[in-house]
Design a protein around this ligand. Structure first.
Ligand SMILES: Nc1ncnc2c1ncn2[C@@H]1O[C@H](COP(=O)(O)OP(=O)(O)OP(=O)(O)O)[C@@H](O)[C@H]1O
Length: 214
């Protein structure tokens, strides 16, 4: 199932400084890719972390498919693992001591899924990101772009209802970045997943987004 994300008047005030987010509202309709575009320090990552539940907002409300997951006014703060979302970050968040397949199957281990079904889901995710031939390779033997594909496969393997991506291409060299950027849109559209994508790169926002917000 794919989700609708609704962010209303979101506010985050850290212990020091100005508010990192000061009344941000947007929605991501089911199956769409919305890009948050803006310069460094404007609060994109903090917004994403609030949606993920890694950060507690100080105001406003976040709902996923109509369910309120963060609302300080109502005392609601649903834990990250109960939000049914996948996350991909700028750094290659893969486990270096594991193979590609072991990395991708990892999130399925704590779910009630049979081994046969888990293997099928892993193969499907690897095919989707173009790594079906690489399952047995140690991840350290992969390029940066391939590692990011592993991270993507791992975040999508259990088909979360919402995918959050924080500058997933920024550590790649220019050529790889362009290729993975184009592939990423195709992959996201194939799965029909709802996605919130953060970048400071205008070209990336234009190519990837169904809509973008600055
Ligand atoms: N844990 C924290 N404690 C205090 N201030 C923070 C914390 N995290 C972020 N901030 C501040 O909040 C503001 C927004 O930061 P955020 O990382 O969300 O911006 P960003 O738009 O994602 O930037 P970048 O593209 O550089 O990651 C910045 O001024 C930052 O210094």
């Amino acid at each position: 199932m794919t989700a609708t994300l609704e962010v209303t008047e979101l506010r985050k005030q850290f212990a020091v400084g100005r508010p990192a987010i000061d009344g941000v509202s947007f929605s991501v309709p089911a199956g769409e890719i919305v890009v948050l575009l803006g310069p460094s320090g404007c609060g994109k990552t903090t917004t994403l972390r609030c949606v993920a539940g890694l950060e507690h907002p100080t105001g406003g409300e976040i709902s996923i498919s109509g369910r309120v997951v963060s609302s300080p006014a109502r005392g609601v703060q649903v834990a990250p693992r109960s939000r049914d979302l996948g996350m991909v970050f700028q750094s290659y968040a893969v486990w270096p001591h594991m193979t590609v397949r072991q990395n991708v199957i990892y999130p399925l281990k704590h779910r009630k899924i049979s081994r046969t079904e888990a293997n099928r889901m892993v193969e499907e995710a690897l095919t989707l990101v173009g790594l079906s031939e690489y399952g047995d390779r140690p991840v350290v033997a992969l390029s940066g772009g391939q590692m990011q594909r592993v991270a993507l496969a791992r975040s999508m393997v259990y088909r979360p209802q919402l995918l959050l991506l924080d500058e997933p291409l920024s550590n790649l060299d220019a050529k790889l970045r362009l290729r993975l950027r184009d592939d990423l849109r195709v992959i996201l559209k194939q799965t029909g997943m709802t996605a919130l994508y953060v970048t400071h790169d205008q070209a990336e926002a234009v190519v990837l987004g169904d809509r973008s917000r600055q």
